[in-house]
Design a protein around this ligand. Structure first.
Ligand SMILES: [Zn+2]
Length: 287
């Protein structure tokens, strides 16, 4: 859950690069005719995204292959991405790479759990094929986020996951994920959505959807389970004689040190550990 700068590559630039990779002049002409006004398509998307209304976009459902834009069918439009945008040797590939690097390698959808490996269509290309290579619909993300969401799309305002280019800063700068410590051996960190009460209901529902859609609860708990032994080891060794308060202070500092995004699993984990009396009181001898 990290905000990203809006890609500066225009739809027009992306389309011409894709068209440059087409062997047949007639095929290219058919595409140029269909995409006469890419600026209009782009500004429409941008307006809708800014107002969190992309859920209202007309979509294509089912396996049929209807004509969607000009003379172009759904499958022709999705091929713009798979055959003319992604393949290594195509002239549009550098644009694909350029969009991918804007996230600095860290996935914006899971807030740094995964490394960026691919681009995700915010509106899936099979349902919204006109946007298959619209740069502002392409979000750099990790493989897990890409496969969790695969072709899911929202039908209501509440179901919309966060859009790293367009959504309001509040989603990226305010804390909406918390965790509790489950007092087992070993302890388990359990994550949940806890959005600020002053947020409007639809925003609160949207972060719930984002959390659910990308299975952040499970994925964060797995990360925490792998990380926790190091903290427990510290408690048993260098901090064995520290008071509960000192240990809590140490954990609290850990939550701040790495300058992690506010809802990052590690930051949320250390905040929860520092606040948990039982955890801070444990010496973990024999664990
Ligand atoms: Zn991810």
């Amino acid at each position: 859950m990290k905000k990203l700068p809006i890609p500066t590559i225009s739809f027009k630039t992306a389309l011409s690069a894709a068209f440059d990779g087409m062997g047949s002049a007639a095929y290219r002409a058919e595409h140029e005719t269909a995409f006469k006004t890419p600026e209009k398509i782009e500004s429409h998307y941008s307006d809708r995204a800014t107002m969190s209304e992309l859920y209202n976009e007309p979509r294509i459902i089912g396996a049929a292959d209807p004509i969607v834009l000009g003379a172009l069918s759904k499958s022709q439009l999705t091929r713009l991405y798979t055959q003319y945008f992604v393949p290594q040797k195509k002239p549009a590939r550098p644009l694909y790479e350029e969009i991918k690097v804007t996230a600095n390698g860290k996935c914006p959808l899971c807030g740094d759990v995964g490394h960026v490996r691919t681009l995700d269509h915010y509106l899936p290309k099979s349902n919204f094929p006109v946007y298959s290579i619209l740069p502002i619909n392409l979000v750099p993300c990790c493989r897990d986020c890409n496969s969790e969401k695969l072709d899911a799309f929202a039908n209501t305002v509440d179901q919309q996951t966060l859009h790293p280019y367009f959504d309001h800063d509040r989603f990226f700068s305010e804390k909406w994920i918390s965790a509790r410590v489950i007092r087992t051996t070993p302890p388990v960190v359990d994550y949940f959505v806890d959005a600020p009460a002053r947020w409007q209901a639809s925003d609160r529902s949207r972060v719930e959807s984002h959390f659910r859609e990308y299975r952040l609860g499970n994925r964060f708990s797995v990360e925490a389970a792998a990380d926790l032994p190091e903290t427990i080891h510290t408690r048993r060794t260098t901090m064995a004689k520290s008071s509960d308060e000192e240990f809590s202070g140490y954990l609290s500092e850990k939550s701040q040190t790495a300058n992690l995004p506010i809802n990052n699993w590690r930051r949320v984990m250390f905040t929860a550990l520092a606040a948990d009396e039982w955890f801070c009181n444990q010496t973990f001898i024999g664990v």
